[in-house]
Design a protein around this ligand. Sequence first.
Ligand code: TRP
Length: 454
Amino acid sequence: MTIAKRESIHGQWSSRLAFVLAATGAAVGLGNIWKFPYILGQNGGGAFVMVYLACILLVATPILITEIMLGRRGRRSPVNAMAELVREERAPPAWRYLGWMSVVTGFLILSYYSVIMGWAIAYVKQAATGSFTGLDGASIKGMFESFVASPMELLFWHTVSIVITMLVVARGVRAGLESFTTLFMPLLFVILLLLVGYGMSTGAFGQALGFLFAPDFSKLTATSIVVALGHAFFTLSIGFGTIMAYGSYMPERASIASTALFIVAADTAVSLLAAMAIYPVVFAHGLEPGAGPGLVFQTLPIAFGQMPLGLMFGTLFFVALVLAAWTSSISMIEPVVAYFVESRGWTRGRAVVVLGFAAWALGILTVLSFNHWAEIRLFGKNFFELLDFVTSNIMLPFGGLMMAVFATWFMRRSSTVEELGLSNAAYTLWRVLTRYVAPLGILVVLLNGLGLLG
Ligand code: TRP
């Protein structure tokens, strides 16, 4: 059959560049600037960073390529794309359930992502009104702590996040997602560079680099490795269908692998810059690397409060952070919405309202995890920590594992050769990594980290 007829009913990106920008927008978000710096601190620094980078290169990059490929070939929302591929490749019908994971996971992650995005929006206001000016580390920390202690305040900003996310998704791929993604990414990058420059002036830059890049493997636990692997999936937005959905809007001739490499490079650069901006402030002000989810909100405001033009740069930084989070949050709900539009005949508007409301309601549990329910724990974790752990570190790698196995063990080789259009050597590299290295790596890390290998 010819592949020229394959086209998604939701429209297509206008160009390869549009796909690259949208996928990069989905990748770069709170994961890079909020999550990566604090989890690396909780897991001991340099050794964690090395394991994370290895997971990105050996596991996440080949699976990113795979997921784009599955989406483009299936040309539908993940649920139906998988159904279509199963038919075409004559694979066992149970593979269709893989598509279903996207529906559940996307909306679980959105429920807490939106709460943290709300923090970033609240901090735009703080930055713009000069609340950080001249404050020391202890006062900035106190400010954050009293902020998260107020459920009503968190709920308010969480609501704002969900509403602005729904507004964009309701407008559809071309009008909503595409036009939106371009502008602020370069700005975010520039401000991060500037903050790294500020870090050099703190006198603790060397110490920060040592913490980030000199590995001390005795600090690494089996759980840290699970967290590093899970974060490689989270940060690239792979493992449940976001990228599959975006891939289905990708034009036929664009090269999947080079697009994927660009996304990985941009995403990794932003994460490393964020860490290099945050840790000099941590060490210069005697803060805790293991401070947890508040880390970025307790460090960078100190820098903004002290640097020249800090009011302006602080405001721009948080605006850029909100926009980065926004392009990620819309990407979480898009595959789910696309499914209800395709298969249940819902209008886009209806799908957005129903799903957005459900994610909003579930998000209330995350809001309470930072105050009233902070001490209610299961497996030593509060609700937010447990939800994040299960979704990022178990569901995403499991989804990625399934995609890798499907693409390299159940699809015909000729189909993947055709869709990827790689040189022989590059194709072989992708195939070896996706068929053996990534699935085995994921299995060993998960079984070991969850204590099943004893
Ligand atoms: N990658 C985004 C970030 O780092 C988060 C994200 C967007 C995501 N879409 C996703 C995570 C899909 C998992 C799955 O902020």
